[in-house]
Write a protein that binds this ligand. Structure first.
Ligand code: HEM
Length: 511
């Protein structure tokens, strides 16, 4: 009798649970369909490439490589076109300076549909935060990038670069090309750890290289998630092998950042260490975070602290890795510019053996080449926003609040209305006269407006020091059998790495 009752109530429960799941699923579907209708209606006046009812444009992007596909579309559709990633997620994809200005000069929030995918990994740090909390954190962290703080980093960049170049001397002796991307990545992570997280002089250890690999997996998995509508829902995603792989990679990344925080907190218990920090005229990034108090004297919560460390650890090394690697590729591709940059840095250096802060402003040709390589190979090729209020564009078209925007930096930088012969590498596009004549939103490697990159000065300094030292030590040439294949993975990577031939310029190197 009891067992019959029990089995009855269990089957009732299962029935109820199934019913509830179906009702909730149905309500969710209605909500998604209404949103799709809202997004589609908002983009009514923007023609675009044909859309698959289920996949949107995702299949074309995955098959042919999104970057050049969007450039082709940009030739067909002036200013902007709808871009659907699955049936429910539709962006207005923009690549024209006035359109970019209309959105990016305001402080619209990041599009949660994409940036929420970051939460499990980098939490609510500066990249993802919105509103007053974002403003509070941005204000708090800006002094970490003060000119005087940045000055002291020139020596750190130099040391980390020398370690990489010494390794390259050995590889160059083997007389075959090799992939530089990973070595540049370790060097950039090493620099970042020393500059902003107070790491000692030791080189990268096992934990750091696990972190580096974890970030490589995370950026790939995130990009695939953005492009695959079946992974958009959190509940479903965490049940898939892809989602579980993401969680494992997050764990590996967090192990590293937790360790960094733990070590610094332990050091702060040490009186001598405290004295050292107080004697420093400028605090590094981690000092600022650990010492931060709000108006009521309350410290940053552990979750906030971890989110900022995770955010800066990622943003601070993966972007510059991409920038430096693609720059060296450009130098190999255009030997005449490589030669001119080398001449310039040799002249600046004279008979000294390392660069100083004042040298960086003198590197005018190198800087133009770095900017031109950012134009053709932007380290962050695409960023997303959600409009908090309606926007009117120059050509009279408009979008209502709630619409989603994707700024395609890669296509903007190849917009032939702004950049004549866009595929040609021409550093003189960045001479002061040419820059003055151009639309200020035509070149946006660091985005623009209030949500621009907080680390751009840090990044430019690092780019100059590292690339100048590379050019002094080596001549770079292409490997025609292994040309890189561009692939966006949050940052711009190459599917097959960046393989270059290096010839040492050191006297007595035997080459
Ligand atoms: C070549 C190097 C770099 C490039 C091209 C770059 C590019 C960008 C871009 C395009 C954004 C806007 C992202 C968005 O809207 O979603 C951004 C934001 C950000 N970047 Fe960078 N970045 C670089 C280096 C760095 C470095 C070295 C750091 C830190 C040390 C850094 C920290 C950040 C942070 C924290 C944000 C979010 C800022 C906010 O929303 O207030 N970046 N970066």
């Amino acid at each position: 009798m009891v067992s019959t009752l029990l089995s009855l109530s269990v089957s009732h429960l299962v029935l109820w649970a199934t019913g509830l799941i179906l009702v909730l699923g149905f309500l969710k579907l209605i909500r998604l369909l209404l949103r799709r209708q809202m997004l589609a209606r908002a983009m009514d006046s923007f023609p675009g490439p044909p859309t698959h009812w289920l996949f949107g444009h995702a299949q074309e992007i995955q098959q042919t490589g999104s970057l050049d596909k969007v450039v082709t579309w940009a030739h067909q559709y002036d200013y902007a076109h709808p871009l659907w990633l699955g049936p429910f997620l539709g962006f207005l994809n923009i690549y024209e300076p006035d359109y970019a200005k209309a959105v990016y000069s305001r402080g619209d929030p990041k599009a949660a549909d994409v940036y929420d995918f970051f939460l499990q990994w980098i939490g609510k740090g500066l990249l993802v935060l919105q509103g007053p909390k974002w403003y509070q954190h941005r204000k708090l962290l800006t002094p970490g990038f003060h000119y005087d703080v940045l000055k002291s980093y020139v020596a750190v960049f130099t040391n980390s670069t020398h370690a990489m170049l010494d390794k390259w001397e050995e590889k160059a002796r083997e007389d075959k090309s090799f992939d530089i991307f990973c070595d540049v990545g370790y060097m950039a992570l090493d620099s970042l750890m020393k500059c902003t997280f107070g790491k000692g002089d030791s080189s990268l250890g096992h934990r750091d290289s696990s972190y580096y690999s974890a970030v490589r997996d995370l950026t790939l998995l995130m990009q695939q998630r953005i492009e695959s509508f079946q992974y958009h829902n959190d509940f479903i995603y965490w049940l898939t092998p892809h989602g579980r792989r993401f969680l494992r990679a997050c764990q590996a990344a967090h192990d590293h950042t937790d360790q960094v925080i733990r070590e610094r907190k332990a050091a702060l218990q040490d009186e001598k260490e405290q004295e050292k920090i107080q004697n420093r005229r400028h605090l590094d990034f981690l000092d600022i975070l650990l010492g931060a108090r709000d108006e009521n004297g309350i410290k940053l919560s552990d979750a906030d602290l971890r989110a900022e460390v995770d955010t800066f650890m990622f943003e601070g090394h993966d972007t510059t890795t991409s920038g430096i690697s693609w720059f060296l590729y450009c130098m190999a591709l255009y030997p005449q510019h490589q030669h001119r940059c080398r001449e310039e840095v040799c002249e600046i250096l004279g008979d000294r053996d390392s660069f100083q802060w004042d040298d960086l402003v003198k590197m005018t040709y190198l800087t133009m080449c770095i900017k031109e390589s950012f134009r053709l190979y932007p380290p962050v090729p695409q960023v997303y926003r959600q409009l908090s209020k309606p926007v009117n564009f120059v050509d009279g078209r408009s979008l209502p609040a709630g619409s989603l925007i994707s700024l395609h930096i890669y296509a903007l930088h190849r917009n032939s209305a702004v950049w004549p012969d866009p595929e040609v590498f021409d550093p003189l596009r960045f001479s002061s006269e040419n820059v003055a004549r151009r639309h200020p939103f035509a070149f946006m490697p660091f985005s623009a407006g209030p949500r621009n990159c907080i680390g751009q000065q840090f990044a430019m300094n690092e780019m100059k020091v590292v690339t100048a030292l590379c050019l002094l030590r080596f001549e770079f040439a292409l490997d025609p059998l292994q040309l890189p294949v561009k692939m966006p993975q949050l940052i711009l990577r190459s599917k097959n790495g960046i393989h270059l031939h290096l010839k040492s310029l050191r006297l007595g190197s035997g080459k």
